[in-house]
Design a protein around this ligand. Structure first.
Ligand code: GLU
Length: 453
């Protein structure tokens, strides 16, 4: 692959929660773009919110990205380890009068907000204390000196096209609590510039932050990257996907889904690939940032389950044992399960393939047949199996068909055998079960069923 050292992208999750499925998708598109362009994909942990950030969440985010197979370049970058960088940049802005300490109290800011709400103008703070000595630390938070500028801030979004904002509507927005405690819109800019990020690819919920960040770049005299805002994933009711619609964290999907299914599903939610099931290499080859959809797609669990099902079917016995954690299952039993699974955790419904089933005697009864008839049928089946050197599908099926013809009641032969082997009223075909369980185990289970009478 060609290497293009000028293409650098990043994903910048905050460790204040688990990796959100939407952030997982953003990570995927960043990763695909970097791979496609021969660029680099970085991981930056935005842990400036010290109260809400935890190491556990960070570990979980790293684990989720690894599970999805979205490998990043070099070491993890942590904002908490870069305080000096932000401090230097903040002090520069303060000394140049481009930022200032705001001395307004919470009450004054609240009154301003209420007045703006009443006047139906966008909420913002226009500070009229800027001429106070700039260096007066401790007076309050640090704001960017925007004022009621008439500047129009515009950018060419790589997905959404031309976007513009009036700078004056932003007010003197806050950029740090103190020189060593920067806020997101400031720290992200300093980092993206320092990391030489060429394309900021993130969810469209960040569009409103972009003009603020552009003003920070300008104030610091730093080159502005390209922006690409991804459409949000929507819930079936077309509202923003949230907890009330089900699992939101990538880790929540681990017990049921294969990572490649998640990758294909998330990829397809904002992009039209040539098919539903693609390898990573195929996704990379097809990906074109400018072709990402402009509007969001609905999170369709049925589609996700279908994709998952297709990948589960392709698992080898060894792979299945690893992903399901079910070590006891035999090679020949695996296809009986994988052919029928949408979610990995449902494999437990097939536990009779690797452990003896427990069930109520009544389940063995077939329609109107009497218990004697059922017991008789099982006894004849037992004799048939004992006769076989080992169970093959063909031999057992033809013997049981003969038994059925003799009694004129197919159900009376096959139903009790199904229950004896699976303990369930629904299972794969009982002959298949017998083949997979083998002669010894099949005889044991049929015996046990007979003894219940
Ligand atoms: N920490 C921000 C988030 O998790 C990063 C946004 C960005 O990519 O700039 O949403």
């Amino acid at each position: 692959m060609i290497s293009n050292s000028s293409i650098k992208v990043r994903i910048a999750p905050s460790p204040t929660g688990f990796l959100h499925i939407g952030t997982g998708q953003s990570a995927l598109y960043n990763w695909l773009f970097a791979k496609k362009m021969g660029g680099k994909f970085y991981l930056r942990i935005e842990d400036t919110d010290r109260e809400r950030s935890t190491k556990e969440y960070e570990e979980s985010i790293l684990g989720a990205l690894r599970w999805l197979g979205l490998d990043w370049e070099g070491e993890v970058i942590r904002q908490s380890e870069r305080t000096q960088l932000y401090r230097t940049a903040l002090e520069k802005l303060l000394s140049e009068g481009k930022a200032f300490y705001c001395h307004h109290s919470q009450e004054e800011l609240e009154a301003e907000r209420q007045r703006q709400e009443f006047e139906k103008v966008p909420p913002r703070h226009e500070c009229n204390h800027k001429d106070l000595p700039l260096g007066k630390e401790g007076g309050g938070i640090i704001r960017l000196n925007v004022g009621n500028s008439i500047q129009v801030i515009s950018f060419e979004d790589q997905i959404k096209g031309h976007i513009e904002f009036k700078a004056g509507l932003l007010g003197d927005f806050s950029i740090a609590r103190t020189v060593s405690d920067p806020l997101y819109n400031f720290a992200a800019v300093v980092d993206d510039a320092e990391m030489e990020i060429s394309h900021v690819i993130r969810g469209e919920d960040h569009i409103s932050n972009t003009p603020k960040q552009i003003l920070v770049y300008e104030a610091l005299g730093l080159p502005i990257p390209l922006f690409a805002h991804l459409p949000l994933i929507l819930a079936p009711d077309r509202t923003k996907l949230s907890k009330r619609h089900g699992a939101m964290a990538v880790v929540d999907y681990k017990k049921d889904y294969l990572p490649q299914a998640i990758v294909n599903f998330l990829g397809g939610l904002g992009y039209t690939f040539s098919k539903d099931l693609l390898s990573r290499e195929e996704m990379i080859a097809e990906f074109d940032l400018s072709k990402v959809h402009k509007s969001g797609a609905i999170f369709d669990t049925k589609k996700l389950n279908w994709i998952n099902c297709q990948y589960i079917k392709r698992l080898s016995p060894e792979e299945f044992r690893t992903v399901s954690g079910i070590q006891e299952i035999s090679d020949s039993a695996v296809p009986l399960v994988t052919e029928r699974l949408e979610k990995l955790s449902d494999a437990q419904e097939f536990a009779y393939l690797w452990q003896e089933p427990v069930y109520e005697k009544e389940l063995l009864n077939w329609k109107t047949s009497s218990p004697e008839e059922v017991k008789n049928s099982l006894t004849q089946t037992l004799a048939v199996i004992e006769e076989l050197e080992n169970i093959t599908d063909e031999a057992l099926r033809s013997d049981l068909d003969k038994l059925s013809t003799a009694t004129g009641n197919k159900g009376l032969v096959f139903w009790p055998l199904r229950v004896a082997l699976s303990g369930k009223d629904k299972s794969p075909d009982p002959v298949q079960l017998a083949v997979v369980l083998g002669k010894k185990e099949t005889l044991k289970r049929v015996h046990k069923a007979i003894e219940m009478f």
